[in-house]
Design a protein around this ligand. Sequence first.
Ligand SMILES: [Zn+2]
Length: 142
Amino acid sequence: MVHNGIVVGEGWNRLIGQHDATAHAEMMALRQAGKVLQNYRLLDAVLYVTLEPCPMCASAMVHSRIGKVVYGAPDLKTGAAGSVMNLLSYEGVNHHVQYQGGVMETECREQLQAFFRRRRSEKKAEKEARRAAQSSDSSQEN
Ligand SMILES: [Zn+2]
């Protein structure tokens, strides 16, 4: 999150670590920026994010009155900046957030894919370790 050329907030997904379904990267950046600027209204701030925001984050951006969001990859499942729905400039809402998608889209998509690939292999390794521990437990019982 950039305000007047200065980074005032950053974030990454913390859902699991914080046991918080709202701990998306964008929400974390909005919270930090509000604390730094001592204002929930983040007028003229620009948020840069790898993936198109979801409905919750898009709505929070409207509530925060940020000026613009720039994202890399579109989210064709839950994107709320035009892919599935557009909550950033919803008719009848008093603040519209400008947005620009597809910025460094390939790099952002590769970063996201690498993250999920790593997560899948970590989960697979955990599952195999658990299975190995269980089978050594049961072999000791016999
Ligand atoms: Zn989100």
